[in-house]
Design a protein around this ligand. Structure first.
Ligand SMILES: [Zn+2]
Ligand SMILES: [Zn+2]
Length: 106
């Protein structure tokens, strides 16, 4: 038998490099989206229409928190063509936005 061919790939082999590449590429795409003129104007329009966090103002007791995030109800990576659709947007404050994303990941 010739020298054994290692079955296990050495640490840091192609699999993990591929994942990193994937993540970088996705981030790059959404970064380009969030930097686009179209998104900025849709976002500004959304914040003019609903300047307050929509979750806080539905809460009981009602809270009036200025919105800082325009969130995609159906996430951009799931529905890129809904990215600029106002009906798919939600004004959120920082707290609600991070809570929402944290519960989605869970
Ligand atoms: Zn809120
Ligand atoms: Zn979001």
């Amino acid at each position: 038998m010739p020298s054994k061919i290692p079955y296990h790939k050495p640490p840091g082999a192609s699999a993990s490099r591929h994942r990193d590449y994937d993540r970088t590429r996705r981030d790059g795409e959404s970064k380009a989206f969030y930097n686009s003129k179209a998104w900025r104007s849709v976002r500004a329009m959304k914040l003019r229409r609903s300047p307050l966090c929509e979750l806080c103002s539905q809460a009981k007791p009602r809270r009036l928190t200025p919105g800082t995030h325009v969130h995609h109800v159906v996430e951009l990576r799931d529905a890129p063509d809904l990215g600029l659709v106002v009906e798919n947007l939600q004004t959120l404050c920082h707290g609600c936005h991070s809570r929402l994303h944290a519960s989605r990941r869970a």
